[in-house]
Write a protein of this length. Sequence first.
Length: 200
Amino acid sequence: MRRCLSGHTNPRPEIEIIDEGPAYVKVDNNGGFGHLGSVVAMESAIEKATQTGVAIGTVIQSRHFGAAFNYAMMACKRDMIGWAISSSSPGLAPWGGADRMLGNNPVAFAVPAGEEDPIVLDMASGVSAWGRIGTKRLYGEKLTMDWVLDADGNPTDDPHDAKVLLPFGGSKGSGLAMMMDVLGSILPFGVATPHRRGED
C-alpha cells in the first residue's frame, strides 16, 4: 500500500506484450507489482515452448514479483523445466566490496520428476533475506560476522547496524548475483541494479 500511495508502484498497470517471436516474449508491466506481468510472460513462454522446445519470457517496468518458485512451477506443471529470475534494488556488496551494487536477486528452478515430487530450488544471492535480519533485530539476536557490513563497510554482528548484505558463498555468490542481474535486468533491456531506485 505504501508503495502504491507514494507513486512507486502502479496499482492499476496496463500490462502489454511489446515484442515477441517464436521463442521469446517481452512484457511491459507498466510499473505494477510483478505478479501479473510475470504470469503473462510465463504463460506465453510456455505456449511458445510447446512449439519450439524452449522459450524465454522477460518483463520490464516491474516491481516486486513475490516468490520466484511460483513462476517456475507454472512450467513444471506442464512437464517442462521452469526457471524464474528477477533483479532487485541494490542491497548486496560484490565480493571484496563495501557498497550496495548488486541486488539480492531471487532465482528459482522447478524440474518435473514424473510421478514423484518435482525438484524445486528457490533462493537468492545474499547470505540472508533482509526480512530475517529485521527479525533478528526485533528479537535482540546477533548475526554471524559473515552476513552484513555496517555503514563504514566493516563486518558486524549487530542487526541494528546492518547496511549492506553480503553474498552467500563469497566470490561464487557474488559472481552468481552479477550474472542474475545480467539475465534479470540487462537482457530484457531493463535497468541494471546499480542504477535502480530503492525498493524496485
